[in-house]
Design a protein around this ligand. Structure first.
Ligand SMILES: Cc1cc2nc3c(=O)[nH]c(=O)nc-3n(C[C@H](O)[C@H](O)[C@H](O)COP(=O)(O)O)c2cc1C
Length: 211
């Protein structure tokens, strides 16, 4: 039997992306996001207009999509509730966000120079996609969000994850960090307590097995 619960959130599960972009002063910004899907060599991203990443992408037209494995969840969670915006928007203050100019240090991640774009890659991420912004338009049903179409210019993949002698990623070896209803999952299991879920005041209180 189906019910109609009037769902408040439709985040059924997508991979987490650490998106790196360049600030006005040339420093790097890094932000977790998960409203992303791929088709061919392109990707669509949904990013809130109040974020520093959105401003950077509109200005610089470049980014790197760094895909963390589920084992990197602690680094991702350290970035939750941070923003590269010097003046933190009121709705984010209420959720507990703070301005953070040095996201790489906070996350304890390492900048790695990109080959084709300005923003750096995240060394620790097994997949790094250097991208250019092809189009940006308002997300019609949510006026505070911008939909970015980006083209992947170069895909870097950790060697162990490539099926030898092919141009394909091993789907068994690759264990993406999945964001599901603001909680972190890997391999189908809840892997870490989520600060984002706290900020959103989600009703579930999950206890990861090894937390
Ligand atoms: C796991 C996770 C997934 C997120 N997904 C998105 C998303 O898809 N789109 C978005 O705009 N913000 C998303 N956020 C929130 C952003 O990280 C947040 O808006 C942040 O302030 C952006 O950083 P910036 O202002 O430096 O760009 C997500 C946060 C976390 C922790």
């Amino acid at each position: 039997m189906h019910v109609v619960p009037g769902l408040k959130v439709l985040y059924f599960g997508t991979p987490v992306v650490l998106i790196s972009s360049r600030n006005e002063d040339g420093t790097a910004n890094l932000a977790p996001m998960s409203s992303a899907w791929w088709l061919g060599q392109s990707c669509m991203l949904g990013l809130g207009n109040s974020g520093q990443t959105t401003a950077n992408l509109l200005r610089e037209r470049e980014c790197v999509l760094n895909l963390p494995s589920s084992a990197m969840v602690d680094a991702v969670d350290r970035l939750a509730l941070t923003t590269g915006k010097r003046v933190v928007p009121e709705h984010k203050v209420k959720q507990g966000y703070q301005y953070e100019p040095d996201k790489f240090s906070v996350a304890q991640l390492t900048e790695q120079a990109s080959e084709l774009v300005g923003p750096p890659r995240v060394l620790e991420c097994p997949v790094q996609l250097e991208c250019e912004v092809v189009e940006a338009r308002p997300f019609v049903s949510a006026s505070t969000v911008t939909a970015f179409e980006v083209k992947v210019l170069r895909a870097h993949v950790e060697e162990d994850l490539v099926i030898p002698g092919t141009h394909y990623v091993d789907p068994v070896g690759w264990d993406p960090l999945i964001m599901k209803f603001c909680e972190f999952f890997g391999g189908g299991d809840n892997v870490y307590p989520s600060r984002l879920a706290g900020g959103w005041k989600m009703p579930h209180r999950l206890q990861p097995a090894d937390a």
